[in-house]
Design a protein around this ligand. Structure first.
Ligand code: A2P
Length: 280
């Protein structure tokens, strides 16, 4: 298993990223980023709405690794959709992170027909601003998050630069198989948020038996399983031992039969956040 995947615009992306959703700003963010980088992570997944970009940025500064060797993602929040608002929101994120450029910028959630008559235009105008920032060299790759096929198709028809990434909720028992297959077919790298099902899948009996079999933790089974499904996992932790553990996934391989068994696991349930029904 490679430590890097290649995006559709030839940019290399480290194949496990460090999630920062629900990481408190300040010392906790700074320390967890430092520990993550010491543990081997080179990919940090941030977002404006996580309210911790200053701490994440300070952690990036403090970790002592050259900027070019890190891969930093952020996301545009829902209230900022549109051309001018996207440009402004991007500048704020860059300032909060104290960076000169981002490796990847995502539309955090699609504007949908349930909320907006002009939902396609909102997504397109946001995308147009992101394409401008890409052309200026301020973003190295563009993508989306929580887009299902029916949100992606109109955007792909509009786009001059095709989305390189779609970040989806992805963990055992919630695989979004159709959307993942659509993305793979269209050369869009899928990233998985909450690869540990917010910590809840860790008690699952099948996964526990796999952990015993491979002499790994359940968290490591979930992360490795995502990778073997061509999905880039983004585990989050603020606990030093878990941060380290979650990166130790390159030294073993789950058999095809066991991958299939996990793929066929009963629905575990998701966070309940569905792009067509969220109203934030
Ligand atoms: P904490 O941050 O307190 O260490 P997900 O990435 O699926 O959203 O899961 C994140 C949740 O899982 C957090 O509550 C995190 O707790 C917990 N977690 C992360 N890594 C592990 C691990 N290796 N073992 C157990 N729990 C973990």
């Amino acid at each position: 298993m490679e430590k890097y995947f290649k995006l559709n615009n030839k940019v290399s992306i480290p194949s496990v990223g460090f999630g920062t959703w629900q990481t408190p700003d300040g010392e906790t963010a700074i320390n967890s980023i430092k520990i993550a980088v010491e543990s081997g992570y080179r990919h940090i997944d941030a977002a404006a709405i996580y309210n911790n970009e200053k701490g994440v940025g300070a952690g990036i500064k403090a970790c002592g690794i050259p900027r070019k060797d890190l891969f930093i993602t952020s996301k545009l929040w829902n209230t900022e959709r549109g051309y001018e608002t996207t440009l402004k929101a991007f500048e704020k994120t860059l300032k909060d992170l104290d960076l000169e450029y981002l490796d990847l910028y995502l539309i955090h959630w699609p504007a949908t027909s349930n909320q907006f008559k002009n939902w396609q235009e909102l997504n397109s105008e946001t995308w147009r601003a992101m394409e401008f920032l890409y052309s200026e060299g301020k973003i190295k790759a563009l993508g989306v998050s929580n887009f299902l096929e029916h949100h992606l198709v109109p955007l792909m028809e509009f786009a001059t630069i095709q989305p390189a990434v779609n970040q989806l909720e992805f963990h055992p028992g919630f695989m979004q198989k159709d959307c993942v297959a659509f993305c793979i077919k269209n050369n869009i790298q899928v990233e998985g948020w909450s690869p540990l099902g917010r910590g809840e899948v860790l008690e699952n009996e099948l996964l526990k038996s796999m952990a015993t079999k491979y002499n790994k933790s359940v968290a490591q089974i979930c992360i490795r399983w995502a990778l073997q499904n061509q999905v880039l996992p983004l585990p989050k932790s603020v606990t030093p031992s878990r941060i380290k553990e979650n990166f130790q996934v390159y030294d073993f391989e789950i058999s095809e039969a066991d991958i299939t068994a996990i793929n066929n696991m009963d629905d575990f349930g998701s966070s309940g956040l569905h792009p067509d029904s969220v109203d934030f």
